[in-house]
Design a protein around this ligand. Structure first.
Ligand code: XMP
Length: 513
């Protein structure tokens, strides 16, 4: 039995990030809603409990809560933000609305000694996001750290092994958050780290096997990207030939995509793979469509129709496999049913019809991209596939501002091929999240061979990111830019100007549409 950390989800946007940080230390974690927390402590090798943040006020009527017996579970506890306030309210302390809110980067001064802050600088930077704060500590607790606006930045009761942080150690902005969480797991909970990515792979395979049962069949939308490829590998391991992968050539693919997918899966896996020629079908549906969200919906709808049609070929194909990742889920649906704005309808999350009548198989739904890459390696996918830059489900369509005519898509495909080749030839793609071309829809006047031209402008977009949720633009070398510019103009007729996109996310998004 693996060591286990229980994470109680009070509704924070960052709960899955906490789980991910725990995984990084090779410790198994389970995320549960408050009402399941107590039962989840039973019959497992429980090493510690983390109470997440959340949007509510701990003193408000109807605020999320859990049985206080959890505090006597006999294992160390770490409360984060709302989790800290819940602990205080329930152990005789007091939480009140703060005079000022504290959002964003904050200086934290560590006071005195604590295993939680071992190896952490006495003066460090943390990420705060709270309006309420602890006014009175429960008996036995002491202050471990403070900020200018928050005397109780971190508190602890060494004997009871209960610790709490007003800030978020799980987000990357907290400079030494990783060290603090490691201290909690290793020094306070005495976890050894007995849970490897290989265990994760086995568990995901087992869960798919259980979900699909002995006779169920999966229709899997294989896009050629790393996510759906990893799902393909998982499903194939789980149910073998009862997984039917469908690769749809929708005419919006990158150059060489189809051959790569074909070779990777036919050579490395005994996957039942069907390739559907649907270029005409998609481009017909996209004719005249220029609105970005409409494009996404049209494409998403058509994909699902094809999967439905394909499912008819099999007797028990009641399952639809998809490579949905956690960041797709957060950006496409309001997390926890809250008022989070929908930024884009990521095609594998936002576009499914209510009458689908197929159960989704999404083994990667709670994972982040780099974790998926690691899984891919473990499952034996070729590096050329695992290390590929992300490519959106709606393909080149969301990089082709305006109408997706066959001619414009062909122009863009060629420009994209050039960008990839030039980045890769100089190894400037290493460490870069995505690098691609965009057909901007802007027309400009040029001169070629003494003739006036009035043609399209193509943008080069290259970004650095950890998870696709925020991103910084990348500055390629002049040599690389020059080669790209010359080659695009020469080999993609219809483009007479090349520009560099220098917009971060936010305020931009990575794709143009
Ligand atoms: P944005 O443009 O939202 O993109 O900043 C963030 C990351 O997600 C990818 N992306 C998608 N992936 N289906 C996908 O599977 C989609 O509909 C989709 N839209 C964007 C994008 O390439 C970037 O890595």
């Amino acid at each position: 039995m693996h060591e286990r950390i229980l994470i109680v989800d009070f509704g924070s946007q960052y709960t899955q990030l906490i789980a991910r940080r725990v995984r990084e230390h090779q410790v198994f974690s389970e995320v549960v809603p408050p009402h399941k927390a107590l039962a989840s402590c039973q019959g497992v090798d429980l090493k510690g409990i983390i109470l997440s943040g959340g949007p509510a006020s701990a003193y408000a009527a109807g605020a999320p809560t859990l049985p206080v017996e959890i505090l006597q579970a006999g294992v160390p506890i770490l409360g984060i933000c709302y989790g800290m306030q819940w602990i205080c309210e329930n152990l005789g302390g007091k939480v009140v609305p703060g005079k000022s809110r504290e959002y964003g980067f904050t200086r934290l001064v560590v006071d005195g000694q604590s295993p939680l802050f071992e190896g952490v600088a006495a003066d460090t930077v943390v990420w705060m996001s709270h309006g309420d704060h602890v006014e009175k500590l429960p008996a036995g607790f002491t202050n471990l750290a403070h900020s200018a606006d928050c005397p109780e930045g971190a508190i602890g009761h060494a004997e009871a092994q209960i610790y709490a942080l007003q800030f978020h150690p799980e987000v990357g902005h907290t400079q030494e958050g990783e060290r603090m969480l490691e201290n909690f797991l290793k020094k306070i909970c005495a976890c050894h780290g007995d849970w490897t990515p290989r265990d994760l792979a086995e568990e995901l395979i087992e869960r798919v096997r259980e979900q699909v049962g002995e006779h169920g069949e999966i229709v899997l939308g294989l896009s050629g990207g790393v996510d759906s490829s990893v799902v393909g590998a998982i499903c194939q391991r789980a149910v073998g030939k009862r997984c039917h992968a469908i690769f749809v050539d929708n005419g919006l693919l990158r150059a060489g995509e189809r051959d790569l997918v074909d070779a990777a899966f036919r050579q490395h896996f005994e996957l039942d793979l069907t390739t559907i020629d649907a270029e005409q079908r998609f481009l017909n549906k996209l004719a005249g469509v220029t609105d970005p969200e409409t494009k996404r919906k049209v494409i998403g709808y058509e994909f699902v129709e094809i999967f439905r049609e394909q499912a008819q070929r099999f007797q028990n194909a009641n399952f639809l496999g998809q490579g949905t990742l956690y960041p797709d889920v957060i950006e496409s649906v309001a997390a926890h049913g809250g008022p989070t704005a929908v930024i884009k309808s990521h095609h594998n999350v936002g576009g499914l019809p209510d009458d689908l009548e197929m159960e989704l198989v999404e083994p990667l739904r709670l994972l982040f991209k780099d974790e998926v890459r690691e899984l891919g390696r473990i499952l034996g996918l070729p590096e050329a596939m695992v290390a590929r830059q992300p490519f959106p489900g709606p393909g080149l369509a969301v990089r082709c501002v305006g109408e997706c005519t066959p001619k414009r898509i062909q122009m863009l495909r060629e420009a994209d091929r050039v960008v990839r080749e030039e980045f890769e030839a100089r190894e400037e793609h290493l460490g870069v999240w995505q690098y691609f071309a965009v057909l901007t829809g802007a027309q400009s006047v040029g001169v070629m061979g003494d003739q006036r031209t009035y043609e399209e402008a193509c943008a080069i977009r290259a970004v650095q990111s950890n998870d696709g949720m925020t991103a910084d633009w990348v500055y390629p070398s002049r040599d690389c830019l020059q080669a790209i510019s010359t080659r695009i103009i020469n080999s993609a007729p219809g483009i007479n100007r090349v520009v560099l996109d220098i917009t971060s996310k936010p305020p931009g998004t990575i794709e143009w549409e």
